[in-house]
Write a protein that binds this ligand. Structure first.
Ligand SMILES: [Fe+2]
Length: 209
């Protein structure tokens, strides 16, 4: 993968901002009711490569209903019949860790290998999404690699790309390369569309970046 990301005039392999109209919610959502997929305790921390520590973010998803499929297909016609999942997702520094919390390193699961997100609230001014290669492994990995193993193995990870997605902007991201999100000080909320297919990813990047 070698993709030229126009906005930043630099090569980006795994992330890019997209120029699409601002996201408009179709109905009220109550993210407080969403299911927590993980509930880390306050004593759990992730040791970073430089030795510093971050808390572990609580994470939840709220699946969007069929009205959003129509909305997304109108917005991005290329996605028609290719959407795997649309959801609101939220990560919180639930235990108010002073250094912020990290969404532990993982690959995405059933949502698909690629995502388009609209970042509703960033969770802090310096929240960084970073992609990694695990030493001795391929860059592209199988779906649903979880944090249980990897959070303890930061020393086995090599940073290969990093970005700060902007609030109230659309972004495109690769989910089948190990990635994590760190520095969440408050609450990070995004509207996220999942899909598969490198050709489709390239087509969307060409048209909207
Ligand atoms: Fe992810």
């Amino acid at each position: 993968m070698n993709i030229y990301c126009n906005k930043y005039h630099m090569k980006k392999n795994f992330s890019c901002q997209l120029n699409l109209p601002k996201f408009e919610p179709l109905y009220g959502i109550n993210l407080d009711e969403c299911f927590f997929f993980n509930a880390p305790t306050s004593d759990r921390e992730i040791i970073q490569l430089d030795g510093s520590k971050l808390g572990v973010a609580n994470y939840c998803r709220y699946v969007a209903d069929s009205r959003y499929y129509q909305y997304v297909e109108n917005l991005i016609p290329e996605l028609k019949n290719h959407i795997r999942n649309i959801a609101f997702q939220q990560a919180k520094n639930f235990h108010n860790h002073p250094n912020g919390a990290e969404m532990p390193v993982h690959t995405d699961g059933t949502r698909g290998n690629y995502s388009i997100q609209f970042l509703i609230e960033s969770g802090g001014p310096h929240v960084q999404t970073t992609w990694y290669q695990e030493k001795g492994m391929e860059v592209i990995r199988q779906p649903s690699i979880g944090h249980r193993k990897l959070h303890a193995l930061h020393e086995d990870l090599i940073e290969i790309e990093s970005t700060i997605y902007e609030n109230n902007k659309w972004g495109l991201l690769v989910g089948n390369v190990l990635h994590g999100v760190k520095g969440i000080q408050t609450t990070r909320t995004a509207f996220v569309i999942g899909f598969n297919g490198k050709d489709l990813y390239d087509k969307i990047l060409q048209k909207y970046s």
